[in-house]
Write a protein that binds this ligand. Structure first.
Ligand code: SF4
Length: 145
């Protein structure tokens, strides 16, 4: 079972109330091959919500509020679901402060990306779950065709 960022399967859980649907990934979910998590919603944040970025080891929204506790709680809840479903691979939305794997925004809200993982992606890696962005996963799917 693949662990997947819910917004990639078309769930409207993105900070602005929208989603990041990718038809091939939604299809995997509909075939029962993926389980969905949205760490930010599962941590108790509403949708829509202010966007957030990681600064050091904390997470702040655009109003300057420290929302780290929501992100940590949501990451832990999402990991619990991953474990329940025996997931060893996560397909996670790129650049998100929760789900970003390998690259995130730099905390200045200036669309500048830096190397690093979102709070949930970092926890997944620590727990031995392989993390791929949606583009990395799609590239792998293409190579198999
Ligand atoms: S926290 Fe992850 S699943 Fe939820 S909207 Fe952001 S990128 Fe998508």
């Amino acid at each position: 079972m693949i662990l997947m960022s819910a917004c990639l399967a078309g769930i409207d859980c993105k900070y602005n109330g929208g989603n990041n649907e990718i038809p091939q990934l939604k299809a995997l979910y509909e075939k029962g091959e993926a389980v969905l998590v949205c760490p930010e919603v599962m941590g108790g944040l509403p949708t829509p919500r202010l966007s957030s970025e990681i600064q050091g080891n904390r997470v702040y929204n655009t109003a300057g509020e420290d929302v780290t506790a929501y992100f940590v709680k949501g990451a832990e809840e999402s990991l619990r679901i991953a474990r329940q479903n025996g997931c060893t691979l996560a397909v996670l939305k790129a650049n998100s402060p929760s789900c970003g794997a390998g690259q995130v925004y730099d905390g200045t809200f200036s669309h500048t990306k830096i190397q690093g993982d979102g709070i949930f992606a970092a926890l997944c890696r620590k727990e031995g779950i392989t993390c791929l962005t949606e583009l990395e996963y799609l590239e792998r799917m293409d190579k198999k065709l």
